[in-house]
Design a protein around this ligand. Structure first.
Ligand SMILES: *[C@@H]1O[C@H](CO)[C@@H](O)[C@H](O)[C@H]1NC(C)=O
Ligand SMILES: *[C@@H]1O[C@H](CO)[C@@H](O)[C@H](O)[C@H]1NC(C)=O
Ligand SMILES: *[C@@H]1O[C@H](CO)[C@@H](O)[C@H](O)[C@H]1NC(C)=O
Ligand SMILES: *[C@@H]1O[C@H](CO)[C@@H](O)[C@H](O)[C@H]1NC(C)=O
Ligand SMILES: *[C@@H]1O[C@H](CO)[C@@H](O)[C@H](O)[C@H]1NC(C)=O
Length: 195
């Protein structure tokens, strides 16, 4: 009797945890700069994944945000939002390929308005080792170490992508329907569980 109960219990457990662990294609990705991350999660919309190491004693989040299926005339962004699951208050990392010389521009931007053009500014968190790549004419990745101010187990994350402006020298507004308004959720930095 016990033998029959155990597989059933396991089945229930696996089924319960399946939604948050559903897709792990991110695990097989190797970064061209050879950085490695203990955890990753395939985000539910916008062809994106987050890869990270989290040091709970220094509160340092060493991360890579990867977005595929993009072009040289689009921008990507990933943010922590300490004020809620929303756009306003996002502490964003932004990247795009500059049309001047083809090099990647990557910077921090605090989002304080729905009409933001994602201008550069200081975040609530110190950010170091900020860099970005554009590879295979379709994959943009932002790398950074975000120095949190306390041990934040669960963060609100916001990610986004959109077109560059006409001059190609800065972001312009992203789509405001479909997947572009679903790209918000929580992430437990320790367990990797998302919602
Ligand atoms: C990751 O790679 C392994 C070994 O090649 C493969 O068995 C597995 O199916 C891959 N996982 C995903 C999610 O693609
Ligand atoms: C990454 O590792 C590969 C294989 O070990 C090596 O050939 C390559 O030069 C490394 N790239 C960087 C950027 O360190
Ligand atoms: C985590 O941070 C602490 C405090 O700065 C440091 O001593 C430790 O080496 C770090 N751990 C890792 C794995 O980097
Ligand atoms: C996701 O990738 C597909 C296939 O490359 C592409 O057609 C689509 O535009 C991408 N979507 C976003 C939001 O980047
Ligand atoms: C590319 O242009 C930007 C300014 O538009 C400049 O900050 C950057 O240093 C340039 N990069 C190279 C490799 O010339």
């Amino acid at each position: 009797m016990h033998k029959a109960v155990l597989p059933f219990a396991l089945f229930v457990l696996i089924t319960l945890f399946a939604p948050s662990l559903a897709s792990h294609a991110c695990e097989n990705h190797t970064f061209s700069n050879n950085r490695t991350y203990a955890r990753c999660v395939d985000l539910p919309v916008l062809n994106s994944s987050l890869h990270w190491n989290y040091n709970r004693s220094s509160y340092t989040l060493d991360m890579a945000f990867r977005h595929v299926g993009t072009t040289h005339s689009r921008w990507v962004a990933w943010a922590i939002n300490p004020s809620g699951q929303q756009m306003i208050g996002s502490q964003a990392l932004v990247a795009y390929q500059s049309n001047n010389n083809g090099s990647m521009r990557v910077y921090t931007s605090p989002v304080d308005s729905y009409a933001t053009s994602l201008q550069e500014g200081r975040l609530k968190y110190r950010v170091s080792r900020l860099s970005a790549t554009f590879e295979k004419e379709s994959e943009m990745t932002i790398f950074a170490a975000v120095h949190l101010t306390s041990d934040m187990g669960t963060i609100n994350q916001v990610w986004q992508e959109g077109p560059l402006n006409g001059k190609g020298d800065g972001p312009s507004m992203h789509a405001t329907s479909g997947d572009h308004i679903k790209s918000i959720g929580t992430l437990n930095l320790v367990t990797g569980v998302t919602s």
